[in-house]
Design a protein around this ligand. Structure first.
Ligand code: PMP
Length: 359
């Protein structure tokens, strides 16, 4: 059996080495006679697994002690509510930059908890671009400014970290660990695990410790950042196996040379796919070149009547999950860390052949 190349947007491809290690440790973790799934989260062995994962993540992203690293539940979507619950005080305003479906969802959820002002939006441009930062209508003394660093559905990625006075809050679900990141620029970073971190079930939250003081006691304890930090993300039973697998992915990343090495490979993967698409009349990508995503590359065929055949033949060639998001159609190739460069080469070769046969 050979593994197929998987371009799924999430849950996404995991490194083969990580899956092999998980397989080897499945029935008997390090001679203990049980799997990681079957051990108490309060045990010393599991505590070590959890702490090692956190420390490796800290090392990979160079996260200082000024920040708490939380492993929470409910996915990134629950963070859309958790963030305003913790950080948006009574009478305050939070600013939202809306550049796609995910940042729009975050803003719509925040409205339920207070003033969530849309400081800029590219909706009128079909979310094909990022509004120039000089045009953002930021609120004086905003509680925070929220944006989505990479819009997974639209394929739009910020090529810069916004420079704002208020604490910066960013959804990095689909681009965390894909390149070095200056965490010190942020108040809070969050990322659902199921793209570049591990299997679904965990969302990583990196939050500046001074912001923990804002968490009110009145909110549900499971959504309280301060309590989560105080309890080392184990107020209740965490998704232990997902956390363990995330730890294996962090070790794998370190073996690859860390995020700097990944950034070079990711840059190369995306650049060659965009270059091929741009050079062809058969395929196209509508996103402003200044903010095209390195992680999610949407593209359409000039003749959408061929979509079905494209997807069917791709699957036969063992190139999986290339169908675009149901809301936008077309195709999308997600090129996360665990998608090897050879997968992108195979995809481009397939696209060339398909163009030759059908163009
Ligand atoms: N934000 C972004 C950028 C995403 O890509 C996703 C999931 N695709 C979400 C938020 C929602 O994540 P979850 O399914 O973990 O709630």
């Amino acid at each position: 059996m050979t593994r197929a190349y998987n371009f799924c947007a999430g849950p996404a491809s995991l490194p083969e080495e990580v899956l092999q290690q998980a397989r080897d440790e499945m029935l008997d973790y390090q001679g203990l006679g049980m799997s990681v799934m079957e051990m108490s989260h309060r045990s010393d062995v599991y505590g070590h697994i959890a702490k090692t994962a956190e420390n490796d993540l800290r090392e990979l992203l160079d996260i200082s002690d000024d920040y708490a690293v939380l492993f929470m539940q409910g996915g990134a979507s629950t963070q859309f509510a958790t963030i305003p619950m913790n950080l948006l005080g009574a009478g305050q305003t939070a600013d939202y930059i809306v550049t796609g479906q995910w940042s729009q969802k975050a803003q719509k959820e925040a409205v339920k908890f207070g003033k969530a002002h849309i400081a800029a939006s590219s909706e009128a441009d079909n979310f094909f671009s990022i509004p120039d930062a000089s045009t953002w209508q930021l609120t004086d003394k905003a509680a925070y400014v929220h944006y989505a660093a990479n819009e997974t559905i639209g394929g739009v990625e910020y090529p810069f970290i916004p420079d704002v006075d208020a604490p910066l809050v960013a959804d990095f679900s689909s681009s965390i660990l894909s390149e070095p990141l200056d965490v010190s620029r942020f108040g809070l970073i969050y990322a659902g695990a199921q793209k570049n971190i591990g299997p679904a079930g965990i969302v990583v939250v990196i939050v500046r410790r001074d912001l923990l003081e804002r968490s009110p006691n009145s909110i549900p304890v499971m959504m309280n950042y301060r309590v989560t930090a105080e309890k080392d993300s184990m107020y209740n039973t965490p998704p232990t196996y997902s956390w363990y697998l995330a730890g294996l992915v962090f070790k794998w990343l370190k073996r690859q040379g860390g995020v700097k090495a990944m950034a070079e490979i990711n840059q190369r993967k995306a650049a060659k796919l965009y270059a091929y698409i741009d050079g062809s009349d058969f395929y196209s990508n509508p996103i402003d070149k200044a903010c095209r995503s390195r992680m999610n590359v949407p593209f359409v065929l000039a003749d959408s009547a061929l979509d079905k055949r494209f997807l069917q033949q791709a699957e036969e060639a063992r190139l999986l999950n290339l169908k675009g998001h149901r809301s936008v159609g077309g195709m999308r190739a997600s090129l996360y860390n665990a998608v090897p460069e050879a997968a992108v080469d195979a995809l481009i070769n397939f696209m060339k052949q398909f163009e030759k046969d059908n163009g």
